[in-house]
Design a protein around this ligand. Structure first.
Ligand SMILES: [Zn+2]
Length: 277
């Protein structure tokens, strides 16, 4: 069992050194942050099955950029990609690399539901949550570890590596405080883009209902193990929604023709490969 570890340790040396260098300094510059994200994105693109359908990718990028360009990090070159798995989850790397699993697109019935998930992940980037994680873990393949944990579709070598290097995959999860912050910021992010934040609530409620009826065998199981306190988050979002004047809420967009075209396209594509839950 030594060989895989040694091999991967060598290939990730550059990443680890970059991480060590970052730890030595106080602040991570935007350029360093983007570099961290690019390195991880490179690994993810080789280790995870990406959907890579031009129409679906274009739509998710359009929607994601609509939201991201109205945040305080509009300067970043944002990238949105779809992982080809039915597991419902999403994750973000430093520097503006956001990944959404196909399962999220399949479960979202209106544009605002997908927007809510993207707005949340965008906020993790805005608040530099994964930069913080990488600093704590000395930069070692944190992005890949997050990706493997949240999708369950990494090839076994990559998954083993992600877990080996960190010692445990637990660090791949954001803290509950980070999640609350990402919900609050994500809520504001979608509203600034003229999109109704009510989609965040309906999406969470839908996942919760599915989880309660299907239990741990369903595609939503990973969501609930990676996002503790979904009930509390639902209550938080309900509180935030109650503070939006009804007249203002009514003006915000909930769905779009482009979203429904993307859904129709998605339904025509071959099914996602099975996950290894
Ligand atoms: Zn999150």
């Amino acid at each position: 069992m030594h060989h895989p570890g040694i091999t991967m340790r060598t290939t990730s040396l550059a990443v680890s050194l970059a991480g060590a260098a970052l730890l030595a300094g106080c602040a991570v510059s935007t350029q360093q942050e983007v570099q961290m994200g690019q390195q991880e994105a490179q690994q993810i693109s080789t280790q995870l099955p990406m959907l890579q359908d031009p129409q679906v990718d274009a739509y998710v990028n359009d929607l994601g950029n609509e939201i991201a360009k109205r945040t305080s990090r509009a300067d970043l070159d944002w990238h949105f990609a779809v992982v080809n798995t039915d597991v419902v989850n999403a994750f973000a790397l430093p520097g503006g690399f956001v990944y959404v699993n196909r399962g999220v697109l399949a479960h979202a019935s209106t544009m605002d539901e997908l927007a809510g998930v993207l707005g949340h992940e965008i906020e993790h980037v805005v608040l530099r949550h994964s930069v913080k994680q990488m600093q704590q873990q000395q930069g070692a393949n944190v992005g890949l570890a997050i990706a493997c944990t949240l999708t369950n579709v990494c090839n076994s070598q990559a998954a083993a590596t992600a877990i080996n290097i960190g010692g445990t995959a637990v660090f791949a999860k954001f803290s509950r405080e980070d999640e609350v912050q990402a919900d609050n910021g994500g809520f504001q992010n979608v509203m600034r883009a003229g999109i109704s934040p009510a989609g965040m609530l309906s999406f969470f409620k839908k996942l919760l209902a599915e989880e309660q009826s299907q239990g741990s065998s369903g595609t939503t199981a990973a969501w609930f193990s990676d996002h503790p306190g979904t009930q509390d988050r639902i209550a938080d979002i309900q509180r935030m929604l109650a503070n939006v004047p009804p007249a203002e809420l009514a003006k915000l967009q909930t769905d779009s023709r482009a979203f429904q075209s993307m859904k129709a396209r998605l339904a025509q594509l071959p099914p996602a490969p099975p996950s290894k839950q």
